[in-house]
Design a protein around this ligand. Structure first.
Ligand code: FAD
Length: 277
């Protein structure tokens, strides 16, 4: 879609999308595969999000997580936390929801050229990273560039995309830390930063962090200790937002709107912005 076509679309008007498939990913999260009711194509960039809504219940932002091979469907993961997400989780195959977007700037793909990439995800934040991981595994990027993943989760059950991991691990240095694992767990125990104590971080890399706000400060500290420049650290912020267009101002932070200027920012952009991290 060119810029002219994009500007002709009223971004406040949602489109209807049909639920093509639903998969339980963890006890509180479901993966929804969606398709516009008019079967039109859907394009997005890694790290972007959509506003998903139900008439009478409002809208909320959800990260796009795939697929990367099929232009007519798109996927989101919804974790049940409140009213809207509870309603969305009750939907069944064939029912419709509203979609606006995709919104946001997405991952800084131009910065990934000739660089290794380390993705550091926490809980549901890992959803935003999955489409990039899929593309990496399909060989869409320079094969010389390595991908390393540090993923922090609550326990074995809460690990998202667990049935894709076997395939991922063949091409990716994938590490996981569980905060409350079962007694059978032989891997790293604790918060995601524990992984930094056990695993060598890939060099000449750009880092992207997506997760609960508490995690950012500690992960940035670890990356800085390893010599990462502020300009090589990117964060995706989750802020309450409504319009997705930089109009309602709910997601304003300093001089930025998370929905429009983000959700992905470099650490150098946010370092001096009060309340960002
Ligand atoms: C860019 C972006 C991407 C997101 N991607 C995903 C995703 O892929 N999957 C997913 O399940 N959720 C994602 N979220 C969070 C999701 O939007 C919220 O969980 C949702 O708005 C909750 O709506 P609710 O009505 O069910 O809950 P509410 O009743 O509104 O709130 C329930 C709880 O969720 C918290 N909450 C509400 N809105 C947000 C928010 N925007 N960010 C963080 N916490 C919030 C509230 O503080 C409260 O504790 C994303 C948020 C943003 C901003």
């Amino acid at each position: 879609m060119n810029e002219y076509e994009y500007n002709m679309i009223n971004l406040y008007v949602p489109k209807l999308a049909k639920i093509i498939n639903i998969k339980q990913e963890s006890p509180d999260s479901k993966l929804f595969t969606l398709q516009y009711q008019d079967k039109s194509e859907f394009e997005f960039t890694h790290g972007q999000f959509v506003q998903i809504g139900l008439f009478g219940w409002g809208e909320a932002p959800f990260s796009l997580c795939g697929p990367t091979t099929e232009e007519k469907t798109f996927q989101i993961v919804v974790r049940e936390v409140g009213d809207l997400t509870k309603r969305i989780q009750k939907l069944t195959k064939g029912q419709t929801i509203t979609v606006r977007g995709p919104f946001g700037n997405g991952f800084p793909m131009d910065k990934f050229v000739n660089k290794n990439v380390i993705l550091i995800g926490g809980g549901c934040g890992f959803v935003a990273m999955r489409s990039f991981v899929l593309d990496h595994n399909l060989g869409k990027f320079n094969p010389k560039n390595k991908l390393q993943i540090f993923y922090g989760c609550l326990n074995e059950e809460s690990v998202l995309f667990s049935d894709e991991l076997k395939a991922w691990k063949k091409k990716i240095d994938y590490r996981i830390a569980l905060m409350k694992p079962s007694p059978k767990w032989r891997g790293i125990k604790g918060v995601v930063t524990k992984i930094f104590e056990k695993v060598k971080v890939v060099n000449n890399a750009v880092a992207v962090i997506v997760g609960p706000p508490i995690m950012y400060k500690f992960v940035i500290e670890e990356l800085t200790k390893k010599g990462f420049a502020d300009t090589d650290i990117y964060l995706s912020l989750e802020r309450r937002m409504y319009c997705g267009l930089g109009v309602c101002q709910h997601c304003a932070i300093g001089s930025y709107y998370v929905c429009k200027d983000g959700p992905v920012f470099s650490y150098s952009q946010l370092k001096e912005t009060r309340g960002a991290i």
